[in-house]
Design a protein around this ligand. Structure first.
Ligand SMILES: Nc1ncnc2c1ncn2[C@@H]1O[C@H](COP(=O)(O)OP(=O)(O)OP(=O)(O)O)[C@@H](O)[C@H]1O
Ligand SMILES: [Mg+2]
Length: 223
C-alpha cells in the first residue's frame, strides 16, 4: 500500500512541474496550467482515498463487545464464502465442538478474522482445489482453540513469522495486510494467532481466544 501511495504523489509532482512550466512562459498558457492543476487535485483525491482505506483497515476505535457464539460466526462466514470456494473446487468442512461457551468479542472483527483466514486458504488452493477445514475445540483451561487448515501450496519457506508482517505478500494482487490485521484483532481479544506447516500438503492457522470460563477458573483457584 505504501507503493500504491507513492504513485499519486509522484503524479502530482509531475503535474505541478508541468503547471509551472506553462506559467513561466513569456506568454503563460493559463488553460494548460489550469488543466494541470485539476490533474493535481485528482492525484490528491486518490492519495486521500488510499490513506482512508488504510485507516479503515486499522480502525480500532469503539470495538463493539457483545456475547457471541464463535461457531455461529464460522457457519455464517462459510456460507458467505461457499460460492468462492466452489469456484476453485475447494470443499469446506466444519469440525465444530458442540456446547462451546459464548465469548465477549467484537462480532464484525471476528467475521473479518475468519474471512481473511478462509480467503487465504482458498487462495492457497486456487490452482489445485482441495479441502478447507475449520475446527473449534474447548481447551483444557477453558479457552477456545480454533484452526483453519488447507491442503494448498503451503507456507512460503522459512517465512512462517514474516507472513504476519504488514505488506508481506507473495501474491501479485495482494496487499499483505490480511494476516497483520487478523493477528492484531486476535490479540486485542486477548488471544494468540500462529501458523504451522501441515505434515502433508498445506498450512494450518491456529488461534486461541480466552472465554469467561477461563477467567472464572482463575478466580476459583484463588478461593
Ligand atoms: N493458507 C495459506 N497457505 C499458504 N500461504 C499463506 C496462507 N495464508 C497466507 N499465506 C502467505 O502469507 C502471505 C500474507 O498473507 P496476507 O493475508 O497477510 O496477505 P495476502 O493474502 O498476500 O494479501 P491480501 O490479504 O491483502 O489479499 C500471503 O501472501 C502468503 O504468502
Ligand atoms: Mg490474505
Amino acid at each position: 500500500m505504501s507503493h500504491e501511495l507513492k504513485q499519486p504523489i509522484a503524479a502530482a509532482m509531475t503535474n505541478a512541474k508541468t503547471c509551472m512550466r506553462w506559467l513561466k512562459r513569456d506568454h503563460p498558457d493559463v488553460d494548460e496550467a489550469l488543466e494541470a492543476t485539476s490533474r493535481i487535485l485528482k492525484d490528491g483525491t486518490r492519495a486521500t482515498e488510499i490513506i482512508e482505506r488504510l485507516r479503515s483497515l486499522y480502525k480500532k476505535d469503539l470495538p463493539q463487545r457483545e456475547l457471541v457464539e464463535v461457531n455461529e460466526i464460522i457457519r455464517e462466514m462459510v456460507e458467505l464464502l461457499r460460492a468462492e470456494a466452489n469456484q476453485y473446487a475447494v470443499s469446506i468442512r466444519n469440525d465444530l465442538a458442540a456446547d462451546l461457551p459464548k465469548i465477549t468479542a467484537d462480532r464484525v472483527q471476528l467475521q473479518q478474522v475468519f474471512m481473511n483466514l478462509i480467503l487465504n486458504a482458498i487462495e492457497a488452493m486456487n490452482e489445485t482445489g482441495g479441502v478447507l477445514t475449520v475446527k473449534t475445540q474447548l481447551g483444557e483451561d477453558g479457552q477456545l482453540l480454533i484452526s483453519v487448515s488447507d491442503t494448498g501450496v503451503g507456507l512460503p519457506k522459512e517465512k512462517t513469522e514474516q507472513i504476519f508482517d504488514a505488506f508481506f505478500t507473495t501474491k501479485p494482487q495482494g496487499s499483505g495486510m490480511g494476516l497483520s490485521i487478523t493477528r492484531s484483532i486476535v490479540e486485542s481479544h486477548g488471544g494468540r494467532l500462529w501458523a504451522t506447516a501441515n505434515n502433508g500438503r498445506g498450512a494450518t492457522f491456529h488461534f486461541i481466544l480466552p472465554t469467561s470460563a477461563d477467567i472464572v477458573r482463575v478466580s476459583d483457584t484463588g478461593t
